[in-house]
Every structure is written in structure tokens, then in C-alpha cells.
Ligand binder design. Structure first.
Ligand SMILES: Nc1ncnc2c1ncn2[C@@H]1O[C@H](COP(=O)(O)OP(=O)(O)OP(=O)(O)O)[C@@H](O)[C@H]1O
Length: 223
């Protein structure tokens, strides 16, 4: 089944791009296609000028640094926070590197450090999301594909998660492509916004400009 048509997306290093649109528009399919979860019948994906269209997710993570952060609750509740974090590096041959990266992450995020030896089920919703993002960081990716980071979170945690993503973009120079139902938060965060309707780009532009666009406002921002 063809879901995306004539779709074109371009993002520079350390930029952020947010995909918004109605349910079923194909937003998650774009992330799945980039990561390699979905068959691509035509077209191609390139990173740094290198064609990677048909690489597997593991190959994309290893050779191009593309990581995918799953939508919603994906922590292992009975494993400790540290064990969850180290799971991010399970494909790495050199486990020392995973331990080093995990230490760096614990150094950076006090919220995880304080819970290091506790089962992940004790974490708040926001802390779980932080753990999911951090687990992807263990492989030192350069591109983060983030599927609905705000889903199921209280407003205060939504702000926290976007601040974490902002820091990863600005401080660690990660490129971030996200799908977000909370169009306002997503467009406030992103440098570039794409409105997807029925598998095609309906509107694309700077995140700020889309926030001011009356059509986007009427359809997705409740005003
Ligand atoms: N593996 C698949 N096989 C068949 N159809 C699929 C598959 N994955 C997604 N679809 C269909 O493709 C369309 C787009 O799905 P997708 O999940 O990308 O939309 P979305 O914009 O992310 O929606 P939502 O906001 O509801 O998550 C939907 O009609 C969905 O049913």
C-alpha cells in the first residue's frame, strides 16, 4: 500500500524539523521509512551525500548514526534505570563504550542519576521519556527520529522533554526530526515545520512562520 506520495524532506545538520498533520496522514511512516522499518518502493534517502535507502535499522544506526525513539512507553519497567540505559548499546561490540556513554548521561541528567539502581517503573512519566531519549544516546547518534515525545505526558513534563531535545540540538549538535500531535509545542520547538496531509506535504516552512499561518492555526492550533 502506498502511503507517501511525492514526498521530499531536507534537514541540515543540527537542525530540527517537526512533522504535523491529521491522524493517518503518514507522519510516523516517514520516520519508519527513514529508519528502515518500512519498505520504500521508490525514491531515496541520503545522509551526508551517501545513499542509505535500503540499509537495515541496525546498519543505519551503526554507520550513519540514525536513532529512533519510540512513541510512548518503551522502558523495561522491572529493569533498573542503568540496565535500561545500557540496553541502548546492546548492539555495540565494545561494551566499555556503552558504559562510558552511560556515565556521561548520568553525569548530565541528575534525574536519572538519582534513580540509577531503582527499577524504571518508579520513574515519573517525564523521567521515563528522558530515559527513552537517553537510551538512544548511548549509541552516540547524530540524527534523532522522535515519535510524539509529548504523548501521554503532563504539561510540565512536556516542557521538560522539549528542553531536553533543545539542549541535544544546540549543545550536542544532534539533528532532530520529530512527529508531534501537539502542533503548537512541536512548531515552537522546530526550526522547520512540515504539515502533512494524505501522505503529501501541504505546507512547509519555518516553524515560527507556520505558527502564524492562519490555515495551520485553524486546522491544528485551535484558532
Ligand atoms: N505497515 C503498514 N501497513 C499498512 N498500512 C499502514 C502501515 N503503517 C501505516 N499504515 C497506514 O498508513 C497511514 C499512515 O499511517 P501513519 O501511522 O504514518 O500516520 P500518522 O500521520 O503518524 O498518524 P497518527 O497521527 O494517527 O499516528 C494510515 O492509514 C495507516 O493505517
Amino acid at each position: 500500500m502506498e502511503i507517501l506520495h511525492d514526498f521530499d524532506l531536507c534537514v541540515s545538520k543540527a537542525q530540527s524539523l517537526c512533522l504535523i498533520g491529521p491522524n493517518g496522514a503518514g507522519k510516523s511512516t516517514i520516520l519508519h521509512s527513514i529508519y528502515g522499518f518500512t519498505n520504500i518502493f521508490s525514491g531515496q534517502i541520503e545522509i551526508d551525500g551517501k545513499e542509505i535507502t535500503h540499509l537495515t535499522p541496525a546498519e543505519k544506526l551503526k554507520s550513519c548514526g540514525i536513532a529512533y525513539i519510540l512513541q510512548d512507553n518503551s522502558v523495561f519497567p522491572d529493569m533498573t534505570v542503568e540496565e535500561n540505559l545500557l540496553m541502548g548499546g546492546y548492539t555495540k561490540e565494545n561494551t566499555d563504550e556503552s558504559y562510558q556513554e552511560a556515565e556521561r548521561i548520568f553525569e548530565k541528567y541528575e534525574r536519572l542519576r538519582n534513580r540509577r539502581n531503582q527499577p524504571a517503573k518508579v520513574l515519573s512519566g517525564g523521567e521515563r521519556r528522558l530515559l527513552e531519549i537517553s537510551r538512544a544516546l548511548v549509541m552516540k547518534p547524530s540524527v534523532l527520529l522522535v515519535d510524539e515525545p509529548s504523548i501521554g505526558l503532563e504539561p510540565r513534563y512536556i516542557d521538560m522533554v522539549f528542553e531536553i531535545l533543545r539542549d541535544l540540538q544546540q549543545t550536542e549538535k544532534k539533528t532532530i526530526i520529530l512527529v508531534e500531535q501537539n502542533a503548537k509545542k512541536g512548531l515552537e520547538f522546530a526550526d522547520i515545520g512540515y504539515v502533512l496531509v494524505s501522505g503529501q506535504t501541504a505546507i512547509a516552512g519555518k516553524g515560527d512562520d507556520l505558527l502564524k499561518n492562519p490555515d495551520v492555526g485553524r486546522l491544528f492550533l485551535g484558532g
